[in-house]
Design a protein around this ligand. Structure first.
Ligand SMILES: Cc1cc2nc3c(=O)[nH]c(=O)nc-3n(C[C@H](O)[C@H](O)[C@H](O)COP(=O)(O)OP(=O)(O)OC[C@H]3O[C@@H](n4cnc5c(N)ncnc54)[C@H](O)[C@@H]3O)c2cc1C
Length: 554
């Protein structure tokens, strides 16, 4: 268990279960309103569904097809607020909505949808730094499209609508940046801290949580934001509380760079929709969307998931995807609200549930939503519980996060380029190439200076981590300032190396050797961490090998 903020103890106004984007945003808003808040995450911050996204901060163009105007309107606003709060981590990405003569809707109808989508986002460039503003949508003819997207098959292709959404450049670091804003506002966050029970008073009201089976944390209000684990986090009380979540498994393939610079919405001949999204020198292909029962802990990429993505992509590609194209996979489970429709068309809106009517006053659960709308969820949940518990919570202050920089953002610059240029000139005594400085500025915002200072103190920490733009100083910072406890915390959620496909054994060993003394690991623990990490990768590789094996049924 590691702590950010703190110290831990005494009575809290709000305890939040779950350190995904929902829990982090709820905690941030509660602390922002002046409430004494603690967040408990059983694994690592952002290790659940929030790490498995398509990396889009988006309005959700496809939700227009379901007439879900409310979600689209909210999402396009939230997209802008996040972009304003952290322009170094949230930037425009153009997407190509492909049109075919064999599939509906045809190009004119798609164009009308894109026009409506953009009209709903009419304020999208207001206040946004000059160099990351979005142009208007436009039509790209077939010939130009085939040049831009080298793998597309010309069969039946008529062209594509090019429009802008935004890219969540590194969701794990953005989540950490939001978490740090929460801590800056007085919040406390614990990772590797599992809520194993609820504390109840004589009348049955929920009065806090038990952590890791032994530590009690008292709180006036408890908010369950455990994503797909929203029921299991309540243990035996889940049935009493009546918490339900619909789980949809989503898998992406991480491939070599397939060559398209814009994201491409693929509409496969099998009727499936996926995105082929350029990502840090690689391409993300996905996601799938399949209903899942059982524990989200068991979610794993299966041969069927890989084959579904291949079938969809190959149906519109000039050449089929081969094993050598694919490096790894990412899997996550969407915690959807149960609105009776199938998981793909199910609304991405969120729901806040007060459990007082089922005999558990003081407890709230949230389900649904998107990474993009986490801020709105945080604000609404906090408003709801302050209204309901006015008598038992202390007086609160105003907190409008819509126009607030994150605590590590660069602040007022005309352009993001200017912010990066200024950042690259800081701490000149750190012997690092310009590209590495920009990489660090992007990942850490203003805190990149602290990472640079580690290099000044110990120049060996400038050593690059193989297979990435990361350096060893980041591993040290992860442990000393960012509550990382395991090798996976460091590689996958503090650095970028673990998010870009397979991590090389040399990289895993180098990073493990760097953090071992800081975490008090003896050689045995250090080697076990490396073996555990590489073992997970090997299991994933085996599934990919099986899916692509000659004769494997598709
Ligand atoms: C494949 C895929 C692609 C997606 N793409 C996008 C996208 O491009 N853009 C977008 O906006 N949204 C996207 N989404 C949706 C988005 O990722 C989710 O809506 C969001 O991440 C859910 O966040 P959460 O905090 O509710 O859940 P989670 O991130 O899962 O967080 C819940 C946390 O609770 C913790 N927890 C569980 N039990 C306990 C316990 N007992 N005690 C303490 N902690 C506990 C878990 O460890 C976990 O970290 C995508 C989802 C998927 C699956």
């Amino acid at each position: 268990m590691s702590v950010l903020g703190g110290p831990v103890g005494g009575h809290y106004d709000v305890a939040v279960i779950g350190g995904g984007i929902s829990g982090v945003q709820i905690a941030r808003h509660a602390a922002g309103r002046g409430l004494r808040t603690v967040l408990l995450e059983r694994n690592d911050f952002g290790a659940g569904t929030s790490a498995a996204t398509t990396k889009a901060i988006h309005g959700g163009l496809r939700y227009l097809e379901q007439y879900d105007f409310r979600v689209v309107a909210e999402s396009v606003s939230e997209r802008r607020y996040l972009g304003l709060a952290a322009p170094h981590l949230v930037q425009p990405r153009s997407f190509l909505l492909t049109a075919y003569d064999w599939s509906a809707p045809r190009a004119p109808v798609l164009g009308a949808g894109v026009a409506l989508y953009e009209a709903m986002a009419w304020r999208r460039n207001a206040g946004v730094p000059k160099d990351i503003r979005s142009p208007r949508f436009r039509w790209i003819g077939k010939k130009a499209l085939l040049t831009q997207v080298p793998w597309l098959s010309p069969d039946g292709l008529t062209g594509a609508w090019r429009h802008d959404d935004t890219l969540n450049i590194h969701p794990e670091r953005l989540l950490l940046a939001i978490l740090k804003s929460y801590v800056a506002d007085g919040g406390t966050a614990l990772n590797h801290a599992e809520v194993t029970g609820l504390l109840r008073d004589d009348a049955g009201a929920v009065r806090g949580v038990r952590v890791n089976g032994h530590r009690d944390i008292a709180a006036t209000v408890t908010v369950n934001a455990a994503g797909p684990w929203v029921a299991s986090a309540l243990g035996d009380l889940a049935t009493t509380a009546g918490v339900r979540v619909r789980q949809a498994k989503g898998v992406h393939l991480v491939t070599r760079d397939l060559g398209n610079r814009d994201g491409v919405f693929v509409r496969g001949r099998n009727g499936r929709h996926i995105v082929v999204n350029p990502w840090q020198g690689k391409t993300l292909v996905g996601p799938t969307d399949t209903p899942m029962s059982g524990s989200a802990d068991e979610a794993a990429t299966e041969v069927e998931d890989i084959n579904l993505l291949r079938e969809t992509l190959d149906s519109v590609s000039a050449t089929p995807l081969v094993r050598e194209d694919v490096e790894s996979t990412i899997v996550g489970v969407r915690p959807l609200i149960d609105d009776g429709s199938d998981t793909y068309t199910s609304s991405r809106r969120f729901e806040i549930r007060d459990h007082a009517p089922t005999g558990l006053p003081g407890l709230y659960s949230v389900t649904g939503g998107k990474w993009t709308t986490g801020r709105a969820m945080g604000q609404k949940v906090t408003d709801t519980l302050i209204r309901a518990h006015r008598g038992s919570l202390p007086p609160t202050r105003d907190f409008d996060s819509r126009h607030l920089d994150l605590s590590t953002s660069f602040g007022d610059y005309d352009t993001v380029t200017a912010a990066f240029e200024a950042a690259a000139a800081r701490v000149p005594s750190a012997d690092l190439p310009r590209d590495t400085r920009i990489h660090l500025a992007r990942l850490y915002g203003t805190e990149h200076e602290a990472v640079l200072r580690l290099v000044v103190e110990d120049p060996r920490l400038a050593t690059p981590v193989p297979g990435s733009s990361d350096i060893l100083a980041q591993a040290v910072y992860a442990v000393t300032h960012e509550a990382a406890e395991t090798l996976q915390d460091v590689l996958d959620r503090r650095m970028t190396v673990g998010t870009l496909g397979l991590v090389r054994e040399t990289a895993a060993r180098l990073v493990a050797a760097t953090v071992a003394p800081l975490l008090g690991w003896e050689a045995e623990r250090r080697d076990a961490e490396v073996a555990g990490y590489l073992g997970l990768q090997a299991a994933e590789t085996a599934v990919l090998d099986e899916a692509f094996a000659p004769g494997s049924s598709r």
